[in-house]
Design a protein around this ligand. Structure first.
Ligand SMILES: Nc1ncnc2c1ncn2[C@@H]1O[C@H](COP(=O)(O)OP(=O)(O)O)[C@@H](O)[C@H]1O
Ligand SMILES: [Mg+2]
Length: 253
């Protein structure tokens, strides 16, 4: 897809100011944010993506941030812009958490951070919630199994380092199925202090919960809930590779 990029010099004007100062900011705040972007060497942004604010397309929006596709040099990157009304005072803590998960090859790669912006690898693709609704035809079972296994392996590596994502019960929004890579996103509610349960949360969300379990079942037949719960229980007791493999085999992955 051909994308057109808008220089950040224009960001003090509507409609662009609305995005970097979402949902609303004064002129001083906008100016300072433009300077901050310049320091990060982000020169332009492409307003394309599945979500819209006004007439502009963006990559996505949550309660902490608005995520846009940007360019640094010639490279495309995703920039998470801290919302003016976010509960978080800055983006550095999320960057710290992202760096930790990157150390075990999870999440989009962290490139840079400042108070109001987090610059990371652009994951071109679709969120698992909508992706799963659109897979049909030959090879879907294999494709779906491969993605679920990839996500569970991410979760297992996070469990191993005692890192809890924190929002995996709403799996639909927190996995991107990408062209080059499929992985977890959004580590702003994560913790290294809570008890870890990524594998368990994701398995429950994918196979037992009300979210995408129905879609998964449309594609391949699942073992009984009792069987799944049993292997999850052993894994909870002892998070060993062996118990993890038992989950994978029970789920026919
Ligand atoms: N690295 C990325 N590449 C592409 N899209 C992304 C990326 N990170 C986030 N997004 C999109 O932006 C949305 C909001 O990002 P998220 O980190 O979940 O924000 P919040 O912390 O506010 O919930 C995501 O649901 C996703 O659609
Ligand atoms: Mg989110």
């Amino acid at each position: 897809m051909k994308r057109s990029f808008v220089s950040i010099k224009k960001f003090d004007e509507e409609p662009y100011s609305k995005i970097i100062g979402y949902p609303g900011a004064n002129k001083t705040q906008i100016k300072s944010r433009i300077l901050e972007l310049e320091k990060l060497k982000i020169r332009s942004v492409s307003f394309s993506g599945p979500t819209t604010i006004g007439k502009l397309g963006i990559l996505g929006k949550g309660y902490v941030g608005v995520v846009v596709l940007a360019k640094k040099g010639n490279k495309e990157m995703a920039v998470k812009i801290r919302r003016m009304d976010s509960q978080r005072k800055e983006m550095r803590n999320e960057a710290k958490l992202l760096k930790i998960v990157n150390s075990v090859n999870v999440g989009p790669q962290l490139f840079d951070v400042s108070k109001n912006f987090l610059v990371m690898e652009f994951l071109e693709g679709e969120k698992i919630g909508s992706w799963i609704k659109n897979i049909t035809g030959k090879g879907s079972v294999k494709k779906l199994k491969h993605i679920i296994k990839t996500v569970l392996e991410d979760c297992y590596r996070l469990d191993q380092i005692g890192f809890d994502h924190g929002e995996l019960s709403s799996i639909t929004k927190h996995v991107i199925v990408g062209k080059s890579k499929s992985t977890l996103i959004d580590f702003e509610s994560s913790s290294t202090k809570r008890k870890v349960s990524n594998v368990t949360s994701v398995t429950q969300a994918i196979f037992i919960g009300s979210g995408i379990a129905k879609d998964v079942q449309r594609i391949y037949k699942l073992p009984s809930k009792e069987n799944i719960i049993e292997v999850l229980r052993s894994y909870k007791r002892e998070q060993s590779r062996q118990n993890f493999e038992k989950i994978l085999s029970t789920l026919k992955l």
